[in-house]
Ligand binder design. Structure first.
Ligand code: PGA
Length: 241
């Protein structure tokens, strides 16, 4: 299976920076062979021009979120049909920043996943414990509960899980290799119970320096990268790791 390298640009780059990043990435990708599956998730307003700039390079487009509704009077929301029209093949759902700052409940997340699957978008579903939950030794109970929010008919659906311990996101702290391995084994076990062979990515302060070791761990099928994806030197190191 190809590894996944997913870039989550969040609400950070402006248009000129986004353009420069895609230009650099596209020329590197076109000159390389044997690459992992690279997925770029820009802010909504940039989806279309980023997709156009890939100009045939094997890079996939993803969105950072989607609406839980199919269509209608939902000011500010973006439907999966619109994402599909912009060329998205992937959508991140349940990122801890959405769960935390937008109080997204398990029920809302389940509805979002259902919407995405209706349009055949591959869902990158994020799970992970907070610092307090880790200190209270609730890591596995939290992951299990978050995975249970997935719709029942998820079997064989295009799905990727991203394990992102909340305390490791944007902090410069990465989980230890043992912690990553154990969490990934646990997630794979949970997914097998619903007959799903699911790739599991790690996210949380992945850099050009630590990516190679993380990607060589058993059951780590790729990485979800925030900050380091905005520096093409770092991001490319991760892509070729
Ligand atoms: P980070 O973000 O790499 O900056 O820690 C990861 C994420 O939020 O997906």
């Amino acid at each position: 299976m190809k590894k996944f390298i997913v870039a989550n640009w969040k609400m950070i780059p402006l248009r000129a920076e986004a353009k420069a990043l895609v230009e650099q990435l596209t020329s590197k990708v076109l000159a390389a062979t044997n690459l992992p599956q690279i997925v770029i998730c820009p802010p909504y307003p940039y989806l279309t021009f980023v997709q156009e700039m890939f100009s045939g390079a094997p890079i996939a487009l993803g969105a950072q979120d989607c609406s839980s509704h199919e269509e209608g009077s939902f000011t500010g929301e973006v439907s999966v049909t619109m994402l599909k029209e912009c060329g998205c093949q992937y959508v991140i759902i349940g990122h801890s920043e959405r769960r935390h700052y937008h109080q997204e409940s398990e029920e809302i997340l389940r509805q979002k996943v259902e919407q995405a699957l209706k349009q055949d978008l591959t869902v990158i579903f994020c799970v992970g414990e907070s610092k307090l939950q880790r200190e209270n030794e609730e890591t596995y109970a939290v992951i299990k509960r978050q995975l249970e929010a997935l719709p029942e008919k998820i079997s064989h659906a295009p799905l990727v899980i991203a394990y992102e311990p909340v305390w490791a996101i944007g902090t410069g702290l990465t989980a230890s290799f043992d912690d990553i391995k154990n969490a990934h084994d646990f997630i794979k076990g949970c997914m097998k119970k619903i007959e799903q062979e699911t790739p599991v990515l790690y996210g949380g302060s992945v850099t050009g320096e630590n990516a190679q070791e993380i990607l060589s761990l058993d059951n780590v099928d790729g990485v979800l990268v925030g900050r380091a994806s905005l520096n093409m030197e770092s991001f490319w190191k991760i892509c070729v790791a």
